[in-house]
Design a protein around this ligand. Structure first.
Ligand SMILES: [Zn+2]
Length: 193
């Protein structure tokens, strides 16, 4: 377990060669690992020749886990429109109920860039969706947790209904399948743009 925790402190890109299965590693900083625009520019990528056999075919390229809500990382994200954790589905990646306070702070903070507020409002909708969409796959304990989460989330969305409406309807960033589950719960009637 000691090795495991040591490993978690390091931020390493791992590229596995398709030809010889050799694993090339590159240590980067946590900040570099956090932002897609930075980590994708590092010298170890999909096309880097293998150090052992020089092949450029790669079977996997993995990036380290980063806590996107770590203070300095989340702060930089909120105020920099050029940096993203992921350029696609960032709202889904950020949907973590344990970080609800950070999400709400980011939405209500005057200084947060509008484009980042939009993503955090989407994130809030994703969270309520995750905890309220119908499925018979959940067991009783899971259902109880989802119900509790939904009761915490729903009033926070209702408080920010105008912002969500502006974002979801005028700008149309929220997917229809999420609108269909979330909007009726918070008193937004229009489901289509
Ligand atoms: Zn190789």
């Amino acid at each position: 377990m000691e090795n495991y925790s040591e490993d978690r402190e390091k931020f390493v890109i791992r590229r596995t060669c398709k030809n010889c299965q050799n694993i090339n590693e590159l240590e980067i900083t946590e900040r570099e690992a956090a932002f897609e625009e930075i980590r994708s520019q590092k010298e170890l990528n999909w096309n880097t020749p293998c150090k052992k056999c020089n092949s450029t075919s790669c079977t996997s390229l993995s990036y380290p886990f980063v806590n996107y809500y770590k203070k300095e990382i989340f702060e930089e994200w909120k105020y920099n429109e050029k940096l993203h954790f992921y350029c696609q589905d960032e709202d889904i990646i950020l949907a973590d109920i344990d970080n609800l306070d950070n999400i709400l702070e980011g939405i209500d903070n005057e200084k947060t860039l509008f484009c980042k507020k939009s993503i955090l409002l989407e994130t809030l909708c994703v969270l309520l969706y995750d905890n309220t969409f119908y499925s018979d796959e959940f067991n009783m304990d899971e259902e109880a947790d989802r119900k509790l989460n939904a009761e915490i989330l729903r009033p926070e969305l209702i408080k920010r209904k105008d912002k969500i409406e502006k974002l979801g309807i005028d700008l149309g960033y929220i997917s229809d399948y999420i609108k269909e589950v979330v909007f009726p719960q918070i008193g937004i009637n229009k489901l289509k743009t």
